[in-house]
Design a protein around this ligand. Structure first.
Ligand SMILES: Cc1cc2nc3c(=O)[nH]c(=O)nc-3n(C[C@H](O)[C@H](O)[C@H](O)COP(=O)(O)O)c2cc1C
Length: 198
């Protein structure tokens, strides 16, 4: 097998092996700082039109997680009309965050001149997050991209040092896990691809 196919096999294994693993499946073990650095470094190699590099992250760990969980619960309570407020959801929100080793908040910084359409900046952030998820898989770090709770709400922007024109895009909830996740089925190539050769 040529060298490039051997690289492809290694990368394919990581791509196929990436799974969304949730806090309920985390062991409580803390992720090493070095692994977090590898994951953050992988983000900046994502493609980015005009090199705007619009991704912004805030890494929360240790006692920061307790403060963040309190904030998420309080914001959920503030933003939810009393008749829609669900106490189980409120409690689950706090408990699941507190099970994490690290939480990486995901943001998009809009250029002041807004030369690029917003979708291109969102696409660049998504590419960066995928790099991080793949690096996490390679390092045996469990994570998943959550847009739950109030993680995309404007109230998140100060946590990301961002302002009104920018966006909060959820969070990577991270931990270590021994659970073997089930593999959600994927459609075949022909389902999502047109081939034109004439
Ligand atoms: C932008 C984005 C936001 C997501 N938000 C949530 C979420 O809030 N809750 C959730 O259960 N899964 C969320 N997911 C993860 C998907 O549920 C998951 O990717 C899907 O079930 C496929 O499983 P897999 O990632 O293990 O292949 C999100 C994924 C993406 C890309």
């Amino acid at each position: 097998m040529s060298e490039s196919y051997s690289h492809a096999e290694t990368l394919g294994k990581i791509i196929r092996g990436r799974r969304s693993i949730k806090p309920g499946q985390f062991s409580g073990e803390i992720i090493a700082d070095e692994a977090i650095s590898f994951i953050l470094d992988s983000a900046r190699w994502a493609p980015t039109h005009a090199l705007t590099q619009p991704w912004r992250f805030t890494v929360i760990s240790s006692e920061g997680i307790l403060r963040f969980a309190d904030f998420m619960q309080a914001t959920y309570q503030e933003q939810t009309p009393p008749d829609k407020f669900n106490v189980l959801k409120y409690e689950k929100l706090g408990n699941s965050l507190k099970t994490c080793s690290h939480i990486i908040l995901i943001g998009m910084k809009r250029q002041d001149i807004q030369k690029l359409p917003e979708w291109e900046e969102l696409a660049a952030v998504s590419s960066a997050v995928q790099n991080m998820q793949l690096m996490a898989t390679a390092l045996d770090v469990a994570c998943y991209w959550s847009s739950g709770g109030v993680s995309t709400h404007k109230a998140m922007l100060p946590w990301l040092n961002l302002s009104e024109n920018d966006k909060a895009l959820g969070m990577l909830l991270m931990g270590k896990s021994d659970v073997e996740p089930s593999v959600p089925e994927r459609k075949p190539i022909d389902y999502y691809t047109n081939f034109i050769d004439k």
